[in-house]
Write a protein that binds this ligand. Structure first.
Ligand code: WTA
Length: 678
């Protein structure tokens, strides 16, 4: 693997001290779902894969499955083979008898004067059914079709997802902050002829025009030769259209108007095979093209339900708030599918955590009686920076808190523990990825002590291994950095890359495969793409990506995607992106570009290039700085040495540059860095 920019990150991490342990409180343990230490024995490798029956048994099956794991077409694993199930039934219908009148969703609009909306399980049932009827009858959608959603954080998003699941339609939700162009790429790749969006939503106090992005998405998809025939538009305020964009005759449909024709409709949930795809979630990887991770119905749902119950410690009577966006995997697994499968009350907050001030999350927690809180290190850092003393002003009490998405610095962890958790809540630091469906490493909250900055041991039934670059196993507890892999399949693992099974094998299974064509799972370790190390206590510390992925504020972006965006500007001839450490966001991208011969650098051009990144991807990908450079540092074989650029960006020593074809360029870059002083 060429790119080694994150090696420096590994080096830094090694210098983190080993932290002391924090014990879970006795009051937490007294009420916890999982307190039986035998769990690790039950899930020992000798009991694999049958141990996962315990996961599947949390669900209601129309037809019970026959085979736990089929490896005959490895590494395309099939879980709970022969089973028939429906995700919408499991998240909605089966709770009605007991929890009909209980809130499934608490929706908190960003504008604080707007009342919170409480959607009961009964109401969710009615709305999901009516929407399913609309999708089937108005759009003619049927089992196996794909639909792209480009929706903000509103209850209509899970309603739409569950309506799709009810009729076996595969949903592909694109993060609402992504551009119309990024949405178009995902429409084309997934083959969706229906796009579902909302007219607008609030962000930092202003109404965003989301419909405009739908128009761009349809136009850009058409330019790629792909036709979207229907755009369904929910209204943020039913009865009032909030976008300045005109509706397109014959294509655009206002959902809440059309739903009037389906009042009272009830749609029998499809009995889907356990391995039927439930959804696609696009994510960034090593090439410019985002890949659609295809998740299954039975295995995925079993995995997120068990982990929600035992790692998130969700009981039906809890009020659970995950601040992630449903546009990312965390939101799918731990706002929608996991919590709702357990009959919990899940909070959906529309907006920015620090709007209108950094006390907002704590007021929401106080008002709704939230007792389980789930967020990212970036959000914790931002809240801490903007209002370190805010949490103690409010009367809320968490029993449990989660962090996900990035490594959390011990100092930030301690603020979270002491100020937000008020010294009483347990914390789980959960490591996993879009591809994984659910958590891979985390402490079990009542059984394992916490260690700041460390994700903890592997979950029951997950057997990780750390390899060095040459494929040797790094001994357990050796505390040496290497590439973390998972030896075994698990029910939440994605099934394939949509439309590109070769890429699935190449990227995740080829690297450490022991025998080509083998049908033994032991020959197919899953390659995660993260660096990690394991001290003697067995807790994993995740060091960050070892590939071309940058984790910006917990958003996973491909350096190649940003580079391709820069290359759409005609003046640019070469582009390279490197990650730079940032106090709040963890990492931010710096973009280096070389211009075509004869073209002069200018501020306007820098701005034009930054704008191209926003239009092609999203404002979250905006470079911290666009560096127009006379030449890129290159190896003799012509590869751009990103390691050198990363060193310049973060003001570090570039190390050995003798292998460069043009070592003199390093001094020029340094001069440029000094002049611009970022
Ligand atoms: C990183 C998010 C350290 C990691 C669920 C991984 C983490 C990438 C942690 C996946 C953690 C996630 N500690 N790093 N607890 N959790 N990561 O696909 O580099 O958006 O590969 O999934 O985030 O990001 P993704």
């Amino acid at each position: 693997m060429e790119q080694k920019t994150d090696l420096s990150e590994a080096e830094i991490a090694v210098h983190w001290q080993e932290e002391g342990y924090y014990q879970p409180s006795t009051s937490f343990i007294a009420q916890a779902n999982l307190t039986d230490p035998d769990i690790f024995k039950r899930f020992s490798v000798d009991n694999f894969p049958e141990c996962f029956k315990e996961f599947a048994d949390l669900l209601t099956w129309f037809k019970y499955w026959e085979k736990t794991l089929d490896t005959s077409n490895a590494p395309f694993w099939r879980w709970f083979v022969g089973g028939r199930i429906n995700a919408s039934y499991n998240c909605v219908d089966r709770h009605l008898e007991k929890y009909r009148n209980k809130a499934a969703i608490h929706f908190v609009p960003e504008l604080e004067h707007e009342p919170v909306q409480h959607v009961t399980y009964q109401e969710l049932y009615v709305r999901v059914n009516e929407m399913a009827a609309l999708l089937r009858n108005l759009c003619g959608l049927k089992t196996g079709d794909r639909v792209t959603l480009h929706m903000p954080m509103v209850p209509e998003l899970p309603i739409t997802m569950l309506a799709c699941a009810r009729i076996g339609v595969i949903h592909s939700q694109v993060f609402s902050g992504f551009s119309g162009k990024a949405c178009a790429d995902r429409i084309v790749d997934s083959g969706s002829r229906v796009l579902i969006t909302m007219d607008g939503y609030y962000r930092s106090g202003t109404m965003q025009d989301q419909k405009e992005k739908a128009d761009i998405a349809v136009k850009d998809a058409a330019a790629e030769g792909y036709k979207v025939d229907t755009v369904l538009i929910w209204q943020r305020y039913p009865g009032k259209y909030s976008s300045p964009q005109k509706l397109v005759e014959g294509r655009d449909v206002i959902v809440n108007d059309a739903l009037k024709h389906y009042r009272g409709a009830r749609i029998e949930p499809e009995h889907m095979p356990a391995e039927a795809p439930l959804f696609l979630m696009y994510t960034s990887g090593t090439t410019g093209k985002p890949k659609g991770c295809q998740h299954s119905t039975g295995g995925y749902l079993a995995y997120v339900t068990w982990t929600s119950k035992n790692i998130q410690d969700i009981h039906p009577e809890d009020v659970y708030w995950c601040m992630a966006d449903i546009g990312w995997i965390t939101g799918h697994s731990y706002i929608v599918y996991g919590p709702l499968a357990l009959g919990a009350s899940s909070v959906i907050y529309e907006g920015v955590p620090t709007y209108p001030d950094p006390g907002r999350p704590w007021r929401i927690a106080e008002e709704l009686g939230v007792n389980i809180f789930h967020t990212s290190p970036t959000a914790i850092r931002a809240l801490r920076r903007a209002g370190p003393d805010e949490p103690q002003k409010y009367n809320f009490r968490f029993k449990h808190m989660t962090t996900v998405g990035e490594p959390v610095e011990p100092e930030v962890w301690r603020w979270y523990y002491e100020h937000v958790g008020k010294g009483a809540a347990v914390i789980v630091d959960t490591w996993w990825q879009t591809e994984n469906g659910g958590f891979l490493c985390s402490t079990i909250p009542a059984l394992n002590p916490m260690k700041p900055g460390s994700a903890g041991p592997a979950l029951p039934g997950i057997y990780p291994v750390i390899y060095d670059d040459d494929g040797n196993e790094i001994p357990r507890g050796a505390n040496r950095a290497g590439n973390i892999c998972i030896r075994n399949p698990w029910p939440g693992i994605f099934q394939t890359v949509w439309g590109d099974p070769d890429r699935f094998v190449r990227q995740y299974y080829e690297r450490y495969n022991k025998k080509k064509g083998s049908t033994d799972w032991r020959d197919w370790p899953y390659f995660a793409g993260d660096g990690a190390m394991q001290p003697p206590d067995g807790y994993y510390r995740i060091l960050g990506r070892i590939d071309d992925v940058i984790n910006v504020a917990g958003h996973r972006l491909g350096t190649k995607e940003i580079e391709s965006a820069a290359l759409t500007v005609p003046e640019v001839v070469e582009a390279a992106v490197v990650p730079v450490p940032d106090e709040v966001k963890g990492r931010v991208p710096d973009l280096y570009v070389a211009l075509k011969h004869g073209i002069k650098a200018s501020r306007e051009l820098e701005e034009k290039i930054a704008k191209a990144v926003i239009t092609e991807i999203s404002p979250i990908a905006r470079p911290r700085k666009v560096w127009i450079v006379p030449d890129m540092p290159k190896t003799r074989s012509g590869k751009i040495m990103r390691r050198v650029l990363a060193a310049v960006s973060s003001g570090k020593d570039a190390g050995d540059v003798s292998t460069l074809a043009n070592p003199e360029v390093v001094a020029e870059l340094r001069k440029l860095a000094e002049q611009t002083k970022v």
